[in-house]
Design a protein around this ligand. Structure first.
Ligand code: ADP
Ligand code: MG
Length: 498
């Protein structure tokens, strides 16, 4: 071999070696990056861990906080608000009634016709629209004018058939924010939640604001009740099944109410002597306990929200926030490795990932996870390999599993407080016979997260059985109440008239 040929061969060997070295270096680097994201996932799993022992601590904390909130005003983060709803619809109500519901994402209007028997519940003309986002930080006048205008259009479509001429239409106003009631038909806004920010409305009577707006438009409608959405759900649950004593909403936000004995509402003794029980609106979204598994993502989400240090439980379990927790995890993974490709500005945008996209990714059953790929692409992250898509599904699973299990602990906490969890509950004021006899208990549930996100629902129901045990769980029935918050409120108006 000539000198030139030797030199050429040597150069070729050197080149091959350096290419190989680059490839090895790249592989090592990429393995290191993969290890980084696996570490992030592991840390998330540990941070979100909810073994049954921890859930039981949350159950106890919920029951204790309920007591504290009932004992004195400001005694707990749980406001345990009076609703002045002493009786729930029985099924014998008659007539035509209306409901307007302002939720966190949607507003709904509907009409129900009742024929005097449970089976004659006719829900008519259900309208459901997204709340235009500019209203969420407008003024009370703009918001209520919009609601009155929407009701006017609803009634115009009715023609003459639905309402006896000359009779005022009786309306239920379902309002899914915390209200301090002075009667069943009046109450002032305590604070906004779920991203609403119309500060001048805090302290104003919500029912009166609506009535004034209706009068201004010349609408012949009377705001007969002002109810929390959970109370609507409880009313519909009870209408169908009188064993219903608890109602929970998992929608944009989350909240619960239940039927309490008035003598257990210690902070209002004297005020409530007339009846044996009252529905209490817990405002459980604001529940907090050191036993709740909180991660750095939760802390950042809270700090950057419109209501920091507020609604801690809601921020872990409800539809408005689950998507954003998942987004924050993916964002960190993308910042600490390049497995998501070039950085996407959309991924840094708060609330850019919605919870319905989380459920779509989580429940993606295509072999290549095409739905995951599509949603990531919408977030500005394209061409991620299958193993990364699988990782994203795992993140959705961890966040939703924690939410479902904590939701179950919340429900079990209520059952404990009212002596329906099989443990004897917290005994104050309750007779022994009441504790020992395990009664059938129905928990009515509603809300977009619960109704549409199967995995959330399954995790919640599975954890409830885990906490209560097989035997007691047989007495606890969780029932979905579609549109209960609106329909049930209309039923409540009906029950007041009859
Ligand atoms: P509101 O909170 O306005 O009363 P809903 O009870 O219908 O309205 O809840 C709407 C919320 O439910 C959405 O903002 C979203 O967070 C959640 N949601 C709706 N559909 C889904 C879905 N398919 N998967 C997961 N979450 C969903
Ligand atoms: Mg709702």
């Amino acid at each position: 071999m000539g000198k030139v040929a030797v030199a050429f061969a040597a150069a070729a060997v050197v080149a091959a070696c350096s290419v190989a070295a680059v490839m090895v270096r790249r592989r090592v680097k990429s393995r290191r990056k993969w290890r980084t994201v696996v570490e992030i996932l592991k840390e998330l799993e540990e941070g979100c861990d909810t073994p049954v022992g921890r859930l039981r601590q949350v159950v106890d904390a919920m029951a204790v906080e309920m007591h504290a909130g009932l004992a004195s005003e400001g005694g707990s983060k749980l406001k345990m608000l009076l609703t002045f709803v002493h009786e729930l619809p029985k099924g014998t109500e008659k007539g035509t009634y209306y409901a307007l519901h302002l939720g966190g994402t949607y507003f709904r209007i509907l009409r129900v016709h009742l024929g005097g028997e449970r089976s004659y519940l006719d829900v008519q003309d259900v309208e459901r629209h997204p709340i235009p986002s500019h209203l969420m930080n407008s003024t009370s006048e703009v918001l209520f004018n919009f609601l009155a205008f929407s009701l006017e259009r609803f009634i115009e479509k009715e023609g003459n058939g639905s309402n006896s001429q000359g009779v005022k239409r009786e309306l239920a106003f379902t309002f899914s924010f915390p209200v301090k009631h002075s009667s069943i038909s009046s109450g002032v806004l305590i604070k906004w939640t779920k991203g609403f920010e119309i500060s001048e409305m805090v302290g104003k009577d919500i029912a009166e604001c609506l009535q004034v707006a209706l009068n201004r438009r010349g609408l012949d409608m009377h705001v007969a009740v002002l109810v929390n959405d959970t109370v609507g759900v409880l009313s519909l649950g009870y209408y169908h099944d009188p064993d219903t004593v608890v109602a929970v909403v998992f929608g944009t936000g989350s909240n619960a109410c239940y039927l309490e004995r008035t003598d257990a509402i210690i902070k209002s003794q004297g005020l409530l002597t007339t009846s044996g029980s009252m529905v209490v609106n817990m405002e459980w979204g604001n529940f907090w306990s050191s036993h709740l598994p909180r991660t750095s993502y939760d802390i950042d989400l809270d700090a950057e929200s419109s209501n920091p240090n507020d609604m801690g439980f809601e921020k872990m379990i409800s539809g408005m926030y689950l998507g954003d927790i998942v987004r924050r995890v993916i964002l960190r993974m993308s910042q600490e490795s390049d497995i998501f490709g070039p950085s996407s500005s959309l991924l840094s945008e708060p609330y850019a990932l919605r919870t319905n996209s989380v459920s779509a990714m989580h429940e993606d059953d295509t072999p290549e996870l095409q739905e995951v790929a599509r949603i990531l692409k919408d977030l500005g992250v394209s061409e991620v390999p299958l193993k990364v898509r699988k990782l994203v599904v795992k993140v959705c699973d961890v966040v939703t599993r924690r939410a479902g299990r904590l939701a179950a602990a919340g429900i079990a906490g209520i059952l404990k407080k009212i002596g329906r969890d099989g443990s004897g509950g917290i005994t104050s004021g309750r007779s022994r016979s009441e504790i020992q006899m395990q009664k059938r208990t129905v928990v009515a549930v509603e809300g977009g997260l619960y109704m549409n996100y199967t995995m959330f629902r399954e995790y919640m129901e599975e954890a409830l059985v885990e906490i209560l045990g097989e035997e007691v769980s047989q007495y606890v029935v969780v029932k979905a109440m579609e549109d209960g918050s609106s329909i049930g409120s209309a039923l409540l108006v009906a029950s007041l008239q009859s």
